[in-house]
Design a protein around this ligand. Structure first.
Ligand SMILES: [Cu+2]
Length: 154
């Protein structure tokens, strides 16, 4: 009797563990674009909507791209009326959550483009998720900011 109860408890524990293993954050990247910049620009900004399409939290740890010397994640803050940027280490998304990287907010800082990126060109950017073993790649398309002042900063 006791043994039987114990084995059914073990079965429940095993099922719960299997469920935990299957829970997985899954990064979806939508509307990915790079702000068009004058020829020779050494620094560009990338934007996108990040969405967790999985059923567990996920953490975006960083991004990289063959198209740039370096890619980092930045946040823009207004301090005393002046926009300032700082690097951010991670972006955490709850299941189903969306985070929009947009002008004036969080963005990708894209340094030293390897080639000229004219309007309509695409650059593949790889996002590192969790411990870095998992990645999601998206094509970022170069275009003007919708309805924005082309001379505004990022
Ligand atoms: Cu920046």
């Amino acid at each position: 009797m006791i043994q039987r109860r114990l084995s059914s408890l073990l079965l429940i524990a095993a099922a719960a563990f299997a469920g935990a293993v299957h829970a997985d954050g899954r990064l979806a990247i939508e509307d990915a674009w790079i702000r068009a910049a004058p020829p020779g620009a050494a620094m560009l900004a990338g934007y996108a909507t990040l969405r967790n399409a999985g059923d567990a939290p996920l953490v975006v740890r960083g991004a990289r791209s063959d198209a740039f010397g370096s890619v980092s994640m930045h946040a823009t803050r207004i301090e005393d009326g002046v926009a300032r940027m700082r690097e951010i280490e991670a972006i955490t998304l709850a299941p189903g959550e969306r985070v929009v990287l947009e002008p004036g907010g969080r963005h990708l800082m894209l340094m030293r483009p390897a080639r000229e990126l004219a309007r309509g060109a695409a650059a593949a950017i790889v996002f590192e998720v969790g411990d870095g073993a998992s990645t999601t790649t998206a094509d970022f398309i170069v275009r003007d900011a919708p309805g924005a002042d082309p001379h505004a900063g990022h």
